[in-house]
Structure formats: C-alpha cells, structure tokens
Design a protein around this ligand. Structure first.
Ligand code: CUK
Ligand code: CUA
Ligand code: CA
Length: 633
C-alpha cells in the first residue's frame, strides 16, 4: 500500500509550519496577550513615522485581527475595484481579499462572452466602438444615502464615457458616450437618492471639438455631464473654463463638488502648476436644472450645455449655478463627510487638506468664506475616506503613508496646523486612492480600509518587468491600537479606486429571470426551435442544456449571414453553457435561463464543430453539434 504516512502512526512527515513554530515569540505568548502585543507593535511603528518600507512589527501585526474567512464561509463585504486600463471592475470579498469575479465594462472579455454576442457588441459599438476604456471610480447607487445594491457606476477616463453595472446580474447594462467631454475622470451619483449620475470632464478641449480653436487653449473648456440614472440618458452639461478632476456629491441633493487643478488653463505641466491656488468647484444642481428648464442653454452635439463659467450671467445674483472656491495648488480628491457637513479636498502639491463647510456656500457672498479648516497632513495628499467616528484618512502619495486625522479638530485648529493629525501609518509605496467600508455614504462602517498602492516593489514573487499592483487591507476599528495592516494583495494592473459595500445590501440573482432579458426564452418545444432562411440570411433558434444543443447539425451556404439565438434552459444554478464555433470567432456564454444571440458570416466551406466551452458535466466534451457550410458553387 502507498499510505506510508497513515495517521495511525501519528507522524506526519509534511506537517505545515504554523506562525507559532516559526517565531519563538509567538509560541510564548498566548493568543490573548499576543493580540495586545501586536497592537502595541502596530502603534509603535505608526509613531515611528515615515520610513518607506514596512517594519517586521507591521508584518506581525497582521495576526491581530481576524481576517480569516475559512473555506466555505463568506466575507462580510464586497469590494468593487476598478481595473483601470484593463477596462473592467473586479469584485473582492473583504476581509479575505479573495477575488470573486470580474465584470467587463469597456473591455471585450471572452470568459463572459462580453462584446462577443450581438447585444453587448451593439452596446459597445453604439458607445463609440472603442476596444478599451480606463475605469477609475466605481461608485454604487444609494437610497437615502445608503447603498441600495442596485447599480454601480464607473467612468471611462480614456474615451469620455460613463457605464452602469446592474448588481442583480453583475453585468454592464448601459454605456453612454459624453460627446462634449474628453476623458471622464470623476464619477459619482447625486445623493441622497441617485437620481442623476455625473461624469466629470477632465481634459480641456474646444467645445464642440470640431476643428475650431485648435491651438487656442484659452478657448478650451470642460463640462460636468449629468445622466439620468434610470434611463441612462444624458440630460445636460455645465461648461466651465478650468478643468475638472475628481468629484463627489453632497448628501442633500443640492451641491456636487469637483476639484480643478488647471485653473491656469494651461497645456503644459509648467503652466498647469504655475498658480498658487486652484479650485474646488461647487455645482448647484437644482439651479442648473432650472436654467435648463428655462431654456438657458446652447445645444452642442445634441446636449443642452449651460454656461457655468466664472463670467456667466447665470452666476450673477442670488442663486449662482457654480461657485469657485480657492484651494492650494493642484488639488486632487474631494469627498463629502458622512454627515454631509463638509467637503474635503486633498492638496496633492500642497501638504494640506482643505475643509469646506457646505451650508456656508448657500449664504456666503464670497465662497472662500466657506473654508473652515486646513490641516497639514503631510506630502502628496490625494484622497480622503471616513470612518463612523469623525476621523478622516488621507493617502500621502509622496510620503507613502496613510494619515488619520480628526475632522472637527481640523475645524477648530488654526489654518495649516498639524494638531488634528492622530496617526501616520506607512504603507507600501505611493498610495493613490484609499477607501473605507461604505465611506462615501451616510453610514460608514468604520472597520476596514483598503489602500491602493501604486508600486509593489519587493512585495511578491517577481513576474517580470510588469509588476502587480498592491492593495493593502487595514483594520481601523480600534482607535487605541491604531491602523493595522492585515492583508497584502497583489492585483492585475491597474486598480485606481474601490467601493466597499456590506454584503447584506446586495441581492444578486443566481439564475436569470427570462423576463429581465430582451430576447425571448427558447424552450425545447419543436416549434420554438427552427432554422429559417431569408435570402442569404439564416436565422436559427435553439435551446441548449446538458449535454446537447437543439439541433445536431445546422447546414448553411458559404457566404450566408447566420444568426443563432440560444437559451440555456437549465434551472440549476452555476450550470453554464456556451456556444463556440471555431474559425468563425463565435463565443457566447449562456448562464441558466439566459438567452443570447450571435451573428457571423459563414465564409469558409467545411465542417465546424459547435461546442460548449464551459465545463458543464461529465459529457461536456460531447456537448456539440455540427455547422456544415456548403461550398457556394
Ligand atoms: S485618480 Cu484617476 S488618475 Cu486619484 Cu481617482 Cu489618479
Ligand atoms: Cu455545456 Cu459544457
Ligand atoms: Ca494648477
């Protein structure tokens, strides 16, 4: 027999070393005490300040908090991370940081057949026909300032688009091309109820960009675009002279905030960084909608464009459409605190975060009077997230740290004071975004924080010159212990931002509801399965299930345009099939109760096996039919 290491003998030759075996310190301290020791180590390393790399103490503190999600158990949260120029969204579980799914958005993806079937192909085609996009800011829909599990919205920084993801099916269901915008950067819905979704135009261009004012940058501008969430129709734009960068919504349906780092209206880096101050731009949404309703706009590329520039007559008088607030040079992130009281802008080139009291914008003649605090956080502040205890957490790109500070203390302190800072924690390298659980809602959870580091040097097994990115999970729920690094996850390039949503707020379907789909369900009934010809157009409808397709063979003529619609009639969850046809570039996935359609030209005579590419049963390889293409002559 081969079981020489049988358990009767009690000696298991390949026992895996545990943390207790590896480090005598761990072995000596019972679990309870160890937790305290780890917490102390975390605090001490935090106080030690900026040293670039993590100390061993930090690494050991990973065991302090229980992030273990045992096999078969579920995480407490979903995290949705943007894939950057991969064009997708990745779904993680938190705290395990296990990757659960990818949702293609602006990219073409073969495992999910996205961009392969007629419907998703047409959606991508109608939204400009680009083969890629650059997702940065995945922001979930909210009801009453709480995630409602309905949609996720995300920008395309590459091509000026916004997309909507249906969180029942975890798939992209709408994309809108914003014609007056080049490079949509910030993205966020209007709160509290997600009536509108905003795409924030980053790059200044002539509007319309039709060849006019080519080398006359003073004439360039950018727009904030509003899209109705439900229809995903583009409603209106507001034009400004400066550029716009990141964005976030106030909590009561009035103000939407963006940063602008190019108030100089420059085209070179030197020009764009020449002024001492730039703007937080505050858009008064109801006032803008009134202007649109009153016809006070110019239609450009089919979109009503309202003039929100500084000299616009619409900005005179009691209810200006747009207010421009001076902040130190080249700010980056802006986010609204959970109580809706403040908008906080991170300084990027200035070591401060600026606190703007939102209510003051309603009354103050000078919008700069709404600035109520400015805290010196450290070098390169980019983005700020929140817990449920009045703390802000800001990434420091230059210092490679996360700084935790007290929001009310920042309002009370003198301008430029460091006093509101509570703790600085080293992270791996050059953090961009960070996100705390449900941070940008009215009820942040205050336990987990993901920091998205841009560089992963030394962190993982080398995989060539393209490194993975590095997303680190911190536990922030214990103010005495401080921030604790608990997980370190590599990520395929290149997540920019994320949203963390409590798992119980989502209710994903495990099987399609045929009523939710455009295409009619095809049952196994004989009269629902047919092959029709109209000239050189062949239309096939057939069901599929374990382990066959509705037709054993389909005969067409060389040169025919063939459309095949197929329904996976399985009722059982997780039994997917697909329709793949070699050498015709056909690859369509169909999940249980899903119907998809694909059109292709049968341009080569011969025999082609139509097979199922998803492993579905022991007879998966036998799940195939023949496409017989008869020669033309
Ligand atoms: S961001 Cu998109 S380039 Cu800070 Cu959200 Cu960096
Ligand atoms: Cu169906 Cu494999
Ligand atoms: Ca600037």
């Amino acid at each position: 027999m081969t079981d020489t290491h049988a358990s009767e003998s009690g000696d298991r030759p390949t026992e895996i070393a545990t943390a207790d075996d590896r480090d005598p310190l761990f072995a000596r301290i019972p679990r309870r005490d160890f937790m305290k020791a780890g917490a102390a180590a975390g605090t001490m390393s935090a106080l030690a300040g900026c040293t670039g790399l993590l100390s061993d103490d930090d690494r050991q503190s990973a065991a302090d908090v229980d992030t273990e999600v045992p096999p078969g158990e579920h995480d407490d949260y979903y995290a949705f991370l943007s894939g950057g120029h991969s064009g997708d969204i990745r779904v993680y579980g938190v705290p395990s940081m296990r990757q659960l799914m990818r949702i293609p958005v602006f990219n073409i993806e073969s495992a999910r057949g996205y961009g392969h079937d007629d419907e998703t192909r047409a959606m991508l085609e109608e939204a400009g026909g680009y083969t890629w996009g650059d997702t940065h800011h995945p922001r979930p829909s909210q009801t009453d300032n709480t995630y409602d599990g309905e949609w996720m919205f995300v920008n395309d920084k590459a091509n000026g688009r916004m997309a909507r993801i249906d969180l029942t099916y975890f798939e992209t269901d709408a994309i809108v091309d914003l014609p007056n915008q080049q490079g949509t950067h910030g993205a966020c819905a209007l709160m509290p109820d997600t009536r509108l979704v905003f795409g924030v135009g980053e790059l200044r261009v002539p509007i319309p960009n039709d060849g006019r004012d080519l080398d006359d940058p003073e004439e360039y501008g950018s727009v904030l675009s509003a899209i109705e969430a439900e229809s995903f129709d583009h409603q209106w734009d507001v034009r400004v002279d400066c550029n716009l960068d990141n964005g976030d919504s106030g909590k009561d349906g009035k103000w939407f905030f963006t940063t602008s780092y190019n108030t100089e209206e420059g085209v070179t880096e030197q020009e764009m960084t020449s002024a001492d101050t730039d703007y937080v731009v505050a858009f008064n949404v109801p006032a803008i909608e009134e202007a649109v309703d009153a016809g006070e706009y110019e239609e450009i590329n089919g979109v009503p464009v309202v003039d929100g520039t500084e000299d616009s007559p619409l900005n005179d008088g009691g209810e200006p459409l747009v207010r421009y607030i001076d902040v130190p040079t080249n700010p980056h992130g802006v986010s609204v605190t959970p109580d809706g009281q403040y908008a906080i802008a991170s300084g990027k080139l200035d070591p401060t975060c600026t606190v703007i009291e939102i209510d003051r914008l309603d009354e103050a003649d000078d919008p700069n009077d709404a600035v109520v605090g400015r805290v010196n956080v450290g070098n390169g502040p980019l983005h700020t997230a929140y817990d449920d205890r009045g703390h802000a957490y800001t990434t420091l790109f230059v210092d490679s740290q996360v700084v935790k500070w007290d929001i009310e203390a920042a309002v009370d302190a003198e301008m430029g004071s460091e006093d509101p800072v509570i703790e600085k924690h080293d992270v791996h390298y050059s953090p961009g975004h960070l996100i705390a659980a449900e941070s940008y809602t009215g009820n942040p959870q205050g336990d987990w924080l993901i920091v998205l580091n841009k560089l992963s040097k030394d962190r993982f097994l080398p995989v060539g010159p393209v490194f993975p990115e590095n997303d680190q999970l911190f536990y922030i729920g214990d103010d005495d212990a401080g921030m604790e690094l608990v997980k370190d996850t590599p990520a395929y390039p290149e997540p920019h931002d994320a949203s963390i949503v409590r798992a119980d707020r989502l209710d994903p379907a495990s099987v399609y509801d045929p009523d939710d789909l455009e295409l009619d369900f095809i049952s196994p009934d004989d009269d629902e399965n047919f092959i029709d010809r109209d000239g050189d157009q062949v239309h096939v409808e057939m069901y599929n299930q374990r382990n066959h397709f509705g037709f054993e063979d389909i005969t067409v003529q060389e040169g025919d345009e063939v459309t095949i619609r197929t329904t996976n009639i399985e009722q059982e969850e997780d039994i997917l099939h697909s329709l793949a046809i070699p050498q015709h570039d056909v690859n369509v996935k169909v999940a249980p109760q899903e119907t998809r359609e694909v059109t292709f030209t049968a341009d080569q005579p011969g025999v082609y096996w139509m097979y199922c590419a998803y492993f579905c049963s022991a007879l998966h390889l036998e799940m195939r039919s023949r496409l017989l293409v008869e020669p033309a002559d």
